[in-house]
Every structure is written in C-alpha cells, then in structure tokens.
Design a protein around this ligand. Sequence first.
Ligand code: HEM
Length: 400
Amino acid sequence: PGGEGAATPAPQSASGQIGVDGWAEPGGESARVAVSSPVGTDTIAFHGPRQAGIDTPAQTHAVFLAFDLRENADRDAIGRMLRLLTDDAARLTQGRATLADTEPELAAAPARLTVTFGFGPELLRRVAPDRAPAWLRPLPAFERIDELDEAYCDGDLLLQICGDDPMSIAHARRMLTKNARAFAQPRWAQTGFRAARGAHPNGTTMRNLFGQVDGTANPRPETAPSERLVWGARAQGDASEPTRLTPWIEDGTSLVLRRIRMELDTWDELDRPAKEQVIGRRLGTGAPLTGEREDDPVDLEATGPTGFPVISDVAHVRRARLDGPDAGMLRRGYNYDDAGESGLLFAAYQCDVDAQFVPVQERLAESDHLNIWTTPVGSAVFAIPPGCPEGGYIGQQLFD
Ligand code: HEM
C-alpha cells in the first residue's frame, strides 16, 4: 500500500451500510461518518452454523466480559435476553447501529468485530439442566500453581468481543452491557491485545509478552484435527478420521479462559539460550530446538553431544504435549498489560474440557519450567453454543 489510504473511497461492505463514496450512515439519516478502507469496513459474518471469533483469524483487540444472571432471570427471561443480545451483535458486527443506539456513529467501522457468546453452569442450570455438559464447572484446583483471584473467575454468561479497533469494541461492550442490564450484571472484564493489524504478514503466529512465538502447534481451521478437537464429531465425509470426541452440542465447543500473570522482570534475568530452554523453541523463529523452521516437527527423542535431551524434561512443549489423535486444543490467547501486571489471557477452545484441557493443565501444574515465571490468577469455563441463522438467536437449541 502506498500513500493512497485516506483518499481512497471505502468499498461497499457486506452489510451495504458503507456508501461507495466512503461514508457510512449508521443511523440511516443525517449521521454521516467517514470510514477508511479496509481496516474499518471489514466485517466477519455473524450468522452461520458456528459462532465467529474462534476459527476467525485473531483480531488485534479483545475484551472478555462475564456477567452474573440476576436472581429473577428465569428461563423465559434468559431467552428474551439472548434474542436481544443476538440482534445487537448481528447488527454491530456488520457495522450497523443497534435498535435505539445512542451513539450510532460508533457502530460505523466494525473492523472485523465479532461477538461470541458463552454459557456458564448457572445459565445451563436455569435453561436446560439436562443438556449441560458434564465438564461445565470450575476447573479442579491446581494448588501448586494457582493464585486465583475471584475477581477474574467464573460467570454465568460470557461475551467475548474481538475486533481490530478498540472503538467499535468499546461501543459494542457498552450497548451489550446496557441491553443485558435487566437480566444480568457485569462480573468481570478482561482486556487483551495482539500485534496491530498489518504490523506483520497475515498468518504470522502471535507473540506473547515474553517475546515467544505462541500458537504454533495449533490445529488449523477447517482441517480434520480442528474439526475433531475443537468442534467435535460431526458427520464427516472422511470416515477414516477417528471421531471419538463428542461435542456437547453440534457445532458448539468450550472455552477455558485462564488469566496467567507473567513475571517479566525475573524472566529478563535469563539469557536467550536459557529462555529458549524453558519452552523448547527458539525465540527468533519459534522453531523447535531440534529444527530450523517454525513448523519443523518437535523431536522429543533427540539428544545432544552430552547425551541429555535437546528439549529438556521440563520444557513447556514437552510437558504440554499429549500423544494421540484426540489430544490438543485451539489456543487463541491475548496479551494483557494492566496497572503494572502483565500476562496472557490464555483462551483455549476444545470440544471436551475434561478430556482435552484438564490432563494438560494437570501435567503442567505438576512440572513445567515455565511455572517459575507464570501464575494463574483467574479461571473460567464456558460452553460455547453453535451460531444461528438470520432470524434465529444464539442458544435457541436449548429452548426448542
Ligand atoms: C505451547 C507459551 C500456558 C498449553 C506453547 C508454546 C509457547 C507457549 C511459547 C510453544 C509454541 C506453540 O506451539 O504455541 C505459554 C505461556 C503460557 C502458557 C507463556 C502462560 C503464560 C499454557 C497453558 C496450557 C498450555 C496453561 C494448557 C493448560 C500448550 C500446548 C502447547 C503449548 C498444548 C503445544 C504443545 C505442542 O504440542 O507442541 N505455549 N503457554 N500453555 N502450550 Fe503453552
């Protein structure tokens, strides 16, 4: 791209709300807002069999919002709330103002905004107790590592809002919180970030605040491992793929969100080779210590000249890796840097928390070199329901 940015008219967006002259009309009447292409006008489809915000290439910013249901929010009320919030999310993600939007101008540039709904145990208990997945409960305590602060734990409803522009996120957060108010009150909010859109080529694996390339060994969207590990066993064309993991509901998944503090000051006392030993991968390229390139296989058997394993017994990649076709999860975390505390909003999606997440976390709690510099301070588990078609609402399956 050259110096064409500001002068270039925005293209027609999928929602049809952005005029060909590059002006948006969020209120549909007098409000005209200049929107520059393409960061502001890009949209991610809201409607579909699966919710956006999971397989979606990660946007720059995220806020995870948890709510507590009000005592009087019964099954019917929760249904009304979900209908209302679905409508808001469908509009905002497409660059359209919500009904009775008080700041419609702020909806004009969604910048790949996504809103992903998650349900905590209490919501399922009130709506469809017989449909609640067995794994939907707080994680077991990991006493050796956890220093959990209740201010970052649990919740009945989750709204995960991601986007490339903090303005559209802030607006969505406000509209959704306002419209949820009669049914639920905010419990916690956690804000995170990644590299700015365009700072690195598309598809570059993110870096965390230790500088590590983080997310290499993830299942790629729309591949057999992703279908099996994240979205569970759906009728697949290829019967040769084992499909043992069953999702709690078709096209749904789960989210484990762990707020993990990272001690940057003591981490900085290590030299680069020591830092690379902790993970088992190089800082520069993210390549395993047994390879040259980021996507080279990790060889846990390789030994060095002195006979010791190249990737140590306590290296994070060794401890985090379980064998077998049903082992793995999708990690889509965000960095945080709030009021003197830095860390990772570790977000993992998998179709079965007990089968996929807990065994890995148990192994890491038992031994992982990284534990010296990381401390879990928040923890929450949510069921992620499927997406919905136009005219439907998120969670509808549980009301039918
Ligand atoms: C891999 C960092 C916590 C599970 C990695 C890698 C890094 C990393 C740099 C190697 C590159 C990659 O494949 O992504 C961190 C940091 C953490 C953290 C900084 C805490 C602040 C966790 C937790 C879990 C976890 C809590 C799960 C309970 C994994 C898994 C892999 C991995 C499954 C891939 C292992 C493989 O198959 O190669 N992590 N991680 N990590 N991590 Fe973590």
